[in-house]
Ligand binder design. Structure first.
Ligand SMILES: NC(=O)c1ccc[n+]([C@@H]2O[C@H](COP(=O)([O-])OP(=O)(O)OC[C@H]3O[C@@H](n4cnc5c(N)ncnc54)[C@H](O)[C@@H]3O)[C@@H](O)[C@H]2O)c1
Length: 266
């Protein structure tokens, strides 16, 4: 299926690693010009080098998706380079160390809300203000199956990801009259650097996991909860994102679609 993204300019936040990197490469492979943004400038630059090596077009930007001024600069630099922005992928998220809610610090709660919700609020607002006069655009927010099912030790992360789906629905209703679609993609288990942090805290909380490697913890969770019996890849997340960014998905908005091997069925 040709998604015809050649004329589209896409901003991907947190594009330097993991799922964001897969999305940036996937959109570029479909022809989009990709603005790969990340806290880590070197990681963003590496992704754009890979895009260029594959014959694609891209620009690397260092930007903190949770800081208003940095988000404004990210959009301004995109417009200066390419004159338009057609697609925004709000991929930045995660951030909270697993902990029982009754033991959680206010600082850790705030950190999760900042990285998961403030980033979407700021980036969607800044980009939508550019999309509205052109009466077109696609915003894709990366939530999680943790945005559909509460999970112990994951309180702030679940609250943040449920919130991302809420913001997706609100934005879809508010921006629909401007021809802008807004959807959420909910990955299941994807092997990324982010898992080192999750596994570290799980080991500290569960004596049965204390001796297990991050890979073992990840594989056991997948086997226990995923009907297809295997983790998902960044490329599989990218496939849905690219489809949602294309005109073929122009009647789909306000949805939260799982790419999770069947782990969650609602
Ligand atoms: N990995 C999974 O199993 C999984 C499952 C469901 C949902 N998700 C979601 O997918 C998204 C990506 O997850 P991942 O596992 O690839 O993460 P990761 O930690 O492997 O990579 C995240 C990237 O975002 C960058 N980043 C972090 N904070 C930033 C900020 N404030 N501004 C700009 N860049 C920032 C990091 O530098 C890094 O390059 C997150 O929203 C996460 O919650 C991941």
């Amino acid at each position: 299926m040709d998604l015809k993204l050649e004329d589209k300019v896409a901003i991907v936040t947190g594009a330097g690693n993991g799922i964001g990197r897969g999305i940036a490469l996937g959109l570029a492979a479909e022809g989009a010009t990709v603005v790969a943004t990340d806290l880590n400038a070197a990681d963003a630059a590496r992704v754009v080098a890979d895009i260029t090596a594959q014959g694609g077009k891209g620009l690397a930007l260092q930007a903190d998706a949770t800081e208003e001024a940095a988000v404004g600069a990210m959009v301004a630099q995109t417009l200066a380079a390419f004159g338009q922005v057609d697609v925004l992928v709000n991929n930045v998220g995660g951030g909270a160390d697993p902990e029982l809610l009754v033991k959680l610090s206010v600082a850790e709660w705030d950190r999760a809300m900042t990285v998961n919700l403030r980033s979407v609020f700021l980036c969607a607002g800044a980009v939508a203000r550019e999309m509205m006069p052109r009466r077109q655009g696609s915003i894709i927010n990366i939530s999680s199956i943790s945005g559909k099912l509460g999970e112990s030790l994951m309180g702030p992360y679940c609250a943040g990801k449920f919130g991302v789906i809420g913001l997706t629905q609100v934005l879809a209703k508010e921006l629909g009259r401007y021809g802008i679609t807004v959807n959420a993609v909910c990955p299941g288990y994807v092997w990324t650097p982010g898992w080192e942090n999750i596994a570290r805290v799980l080991r500290a909380n569960y004596t049965t996991l204390a001796e297990k490697s991050t890979a073992q913890i990840f594989q056991e969770r997948v086997r226990a909860t995923v009907p297809l019996g295997r983790p998902q890849t960044p490329e599989e997340i990218a496939s849905l994102v690219a489809f949602l960014a294309s005109a073929r998905a122009r009647s789909i908005t306000g949805q939260a679609i799982n790419v999770d091997g069947g782990a969650v069925m609602h």
